[in-house]
Design a protein around this ligand. Structure first.
Ligand code: XMP
Length: 508
């Protein structure tokens, strides 16, 4: 495996994902991790990420010298390269001009790192500092650009490399090959990390963790909890107990889809209809944060009660993903938590259960690939994200049964039209929102005074930022005319053309 040391670059996770796409297993550790912790992983190579700091400023992060003397190949990217040069006695200075964007590197000699790559290649640069001299320490120049004389450097004897550009981003087309050269040729990683090998290993590790114990799992119908349940079901069969809490706030056909998806799995699935309780507690509540708190609390209460009914359960399964586990180095400043996200995070402390987190080393796209490897149907794997509090945060103002039904119908139409036009898989997330606003309309000869539905559809990579989808007008027209004619109480449909930021994806 390869360890990626995070110096705070926005691209750190991308480095690990690229390597994994190349079937090289990679894990991320903060640059502050003690050398023993890094070496305990027995890495075959270490990659130093970029970062916002400047090596010539005091207090900027360093790499532990023991890692540089351990005989393990090292690749420094951007700040990582500057660090290598600096710590080996070279000189790094602020560049005359910040370089940001496309550049062309020209190679000056042959090296395994550039094997199979052209002599001139386009790369992506984003840096304010640059190496000025390499000192007398074994480093030599491998490549330069018109503005950066040291675009790539190597100390072949020590197998230490540095590149000023970012091989991990899509704007560097030869970047994947460069990372592959580093991992397979320089570090000599032979093993292929595939979903099949992951599946086999994680089944074994679940069995050794759980032994003869029993596991309870909250199944929501989302991708993560479904894939986690499928994996556990493979590992321990009927000793996995799934609980589906029906909050009444789900989409049309949620439970049926779930049952259908797990038909071949012999899953012990307990469905608890708690919709009346959720609706009662939400009555008259308009404040989005209060809605979330009520739903979160009620969910835990219902799930806890059900889990206690199961005899001899010691473990709780959670669909925690790798991005939630990675210790971040806080160089970006605190990223404000804008909404209190409801998830089952509050469960373990109360329930005194041991945690099983079979997805804790996977990125979202890998979870999907794992689901496919286990033959879960595409309709579940390719599903859009859905917030824990469900439709409650898409009904602005108080939630009532009538409003829920109205929204469920409208949302079903949006999804059906997206699927039949082939747009569902092209957008990140799309749904209907019910507004507490009445407008005037005319139907037949009658004047109407009914509610408004907004359609929201966004393109995004991770939900952190998003742009509104440019859906074809005739698709929007079909959604709109079907909603107005098929859903009672709606006489107007609008399309949300706002990006995030400044808006959020959900309306509440
Ligand atoms: P926002 O609205 O914050 O949404 O731009 C970003 C992503 O998070 C989802 N979301 C939630 N997920 N509980 C969740 O589990 C929540 O309370 C919640 N609020 C928003 C949203 O659907 C989008 O994918």
């Amino acid at each position: 495996m390869i360890v990626v040391l995070d110096f705070g670059s926005q691209y750190t996770q991308l480095i690990a994902r690229r390597l994994r796409e190349l079937e090289v297993y990679a894990e991320i550790l903060p640059c502050t991790a003690p050398a023993e912790k890094v070496l305990a992983k027995s890495p075959q190579g270490i990659i130093l990420s970029g970062g916002p700091a400047s090596v010539h400023k005091s207090g900027s992060p360093r790499i532990d010298e023991r890692l540089l003397r351990a005989g393990i190949p090292v690749l420094g990217i951007c700040y990582g390269m500057q660090l290598l040069v600096h710590q080996h006695g070279g000189k790094v200075v602020p560049a005359r001009r910040r370089e940001y964007g496309h550049a062309t590197v020209t190679r000056l000699g042959e090296d395994p790192l550039f094997q199979g790559l052209p002599k001139e290649m386009p790369v992506w640069m984003s840096h304010g500092d640059g190496a000025k001299s390499l000192g007398h320490n074994g480093f030599r120049v491998l490549a330069r650009t018109s503005t950066a004389p040291f675009a790539a450097v190597a100390d072949a004897a020590r197998r230490q490399y540095g590149v000023q550009f970012h091989p991990e981003v899509a704007h560097t087309p030869g970047g994947a090959r460069l990372l592959e050269n580093f991992a397979r040729t320089v570090c000599a990683v032979r093993e292929r990390w595939t979903m099949a090998s992951f599946l086999e290993r994680s089944v074994a590790s679940i069995r050794s963790q759980v032994g003869n114990g029993r596991v309870v799992c909250a199944l929501s119908g989302g991708v993560d909890s479904s894939v986690a349940a499928a994996l556990l079901s493979r590992a321990i069969g009927r000793r996995l107990h799934c609980v589906y809490v029906d909050t009444g706030l789900g989409r049309f056909g949620d439970l049926e889809h779930l049952r259908e998806a797990f038909r071949g799995f012999k899953l012990d699935l307990k469905v608890v209809d708690a919709s009346a309780l959720f609706l009662k507690r939400l009555a008259g509540v308009s404040d989005p944060e209060r809605k979330r708190k009520i739903i979160g609390r009620s969910f835990i209460e219902v799930f806890d009660r059900e889990a206690k009914r199961l005899k001899g359960v010691e473990f709780l399964a959670q669909g925690t993903l790798y991005p939630d586990v990675i210790e971040s180095v806080s160089v970006h400043g605190p990223s404000a938590v804008i909404k209190s996200h409801h998830n089952v995070g509050g469960l373990p402390k109360r329930m005194k259960l041991k945690l099983v987190e079979p997805l804790r080393f996977l990125f979202k796209d890998e979870v999907r690939r794992l689901g496919r490897a286990m033959k879960l149907p595409e309709i579940l794997i390719g599903r859009h994200p859905f917030p824990g509090p469900g439709l409650a945060v898409r009904i602005l103002g108080p939630v009532t049964w009538e409003r829920l039904e109205r929204l469920r119908r409208a949302d079903r139409i949006v999804v059906e039209e997206l699927r039949s036009s082939g747009w569902y898989a092209k957008v990140w997330q799309a749904f209907a929102v019910l507004l507490p606003v009445k407008t005037v309309g005319v139907m037949g000869d009658e004047r109407t005074h009914d509610f408004v539905v907004a359609i929201r559809s966004v393109d995004s990579v991770d939900g952190m930022t998003a742009d509104w989808s440019r859906l074809p007008h005739d698709l929007l027209a079909r959604m709109s005319s079907r909603i107005v004619s098929e859903v009672r109480g709606i006489n107007r449909v609008v399309y949300d053309a706002t990006s995030k930021p400044p808006a959020t994806i959900e309306w509440e």
